[in-house]
Design a protein around this ligand. Structure first.
Ligand SMILES: Nc1ncnc2c1ncn2[C@@H]1O[C@H](COP(=O)(O)OP(=O)(O)O)[C@@H](O)[C@H]1O
Ligand SMILES: [Mg+2]
Length: 319
């Protein structure tokens, strides 16, 4: 992952103004002077919120959100879509914290971070009560942070089993830092375990990627039954549940049929946005690069933009 920079023209268009207006507002002091890189004006995503304020526009986000990508089935796109979504939110100026809840550390790798480059994971926080700030690492973007994972996280399930308030440890640990972020995005492993339960109880929104096949569709039933149990046991209610189709290929009959089945049974939760099958998604993920850097004009990147517009309908920027 590279540090993304905007040109003057791109940056101006985010705010719906022309490049010449941007330059004028810099000259008259309404806007700050940009960084110069080899004589070229460059703008960075972490400045977007300050620019909105100075331009008298509404704030970027209206409320803070804690979101988890979960499906008990593997290979549905939890990791790649959550990584690219979170990166894109940061590129659009939000302060984002990503949390890798999978001991396989795929999210960490998806962001191009080497699994041996950090020495603490959520294990140290949840089990050994390390301060959560000590496991948050920087990325190449100032406004995108990560709690990484590697195999050191795997004993966490067993260690949690014998602890008090074992289901609420992540929620409690996050409390002191959650207001520092506009969005917290968690990537769960495909399992029903205590770590994922901690993830759900620390979230207020759930994203469920499903493939357009009938196996994924049946998995939803188990997921919803589990959620109902959690809601009863913990007197807990998610604010939103979003199911979305991923890896979609409209030329496959099975895709169309399972889309219809989802529309029939889960219409209240199903997102309008569909993430189409795009080999660039798999390529980008395997290279540790966000899709918006690897292939910004491809289907995958465009679909994630639509996804963000649906989740944040009132963003005061154009992209
Ligand atoms: N829309 C898509 N088009 C093409 N490949 C995809 C798409 N979404 C995910 N993939 C690829 O499918 C594989 C499984 O996705 P992944 O995000 O690892 O799933 P999970 O985390 O749910 O196990 C990865 O190789 C990923 O890059
Ligand atoms: Mg995964």
């Amino acid at each position: 992952m590279e540090t993304p920079v905007y040109s003057a023209k791109e940056f101006a268009s985010l705010f719906g103004i022309s490049k010449s207006t941007l330059l004028k507002l810099e000259t008259d002091g309404t806007l700050p002077q940009p960084r110069m890189d080899n004589g070229i004006r460059t703008y960075m995503s972490h400045d977007i919120q300050e620019y909105l304020k100075r331009l008298g526009k509404p704030p970027l986000v209206e409320m803070r959100r804690r979101q988890i990508f979960l499906n008990f089935k593997g290979g549905t796109g939890k990791t790649s879509i959550s990584a690219f979504y979170a990166f894109r939110l940061a590129e659009l100026g939000m302060n984002v914290l990503m949390i890798d809840l999978d001991p396989q550390g795929h999210l960490t790798q998806c962001l191009g971070i080497d699994h041996s480059s950090f020495d603490a994971t959520l294990y140290n926080v949840l089990i050994e009560r390390m301060d959560i700030r000590d496991v948050v690492i920087d990325t190449r973007m100032k406004n995108l942070k990560l709690i990484p994972a590697n195999l050191d996280l795997s004993p966490v399930e067993l260690s949690l089993t014998s602890m008090n308030a074992r289901e609420l440890r992540l929620r409690k640990s996050l409390a002191p830092i959650q207001d520092e972020y506009d969005v917290i995005v968690m990537d769960a492993s495909p399992s029903i375990g205590l770590l994922n339960l901690n993830g759900i109880l620390a979230s207020n929104e759930l994203f469920v990627p499903v493939l357009a096949d009938f196996l994924s569709y049946h998995g939803l039933k188990i997921l919803f039954e589990t959620l109902t149990t959690i809601e009863d046991d913990f007197d807990f209610l998610l604010d939103n549940i979003y199911i979305f189709l991923n890896h979609f290929n409209a030329s496959h009959n099975i895709c169309l049929r399972s889309k219809e089945a989802l529309e029939r049974h889960y219409s209240g939760y199903l997102m309008k946005t569909i993430i189409r099958q795009d080999t660039k998604i798999a390529e980008a993920a395997s290279m540790g690069m966000p899709i918006h850097q690897y292939a910004p004009t491809n289907r995958g990147a465009l679909d994630i933009n639509s996804f963000i517009r649906e989740i944040f309908p009132n963003l005061p920027i154009a992209f």
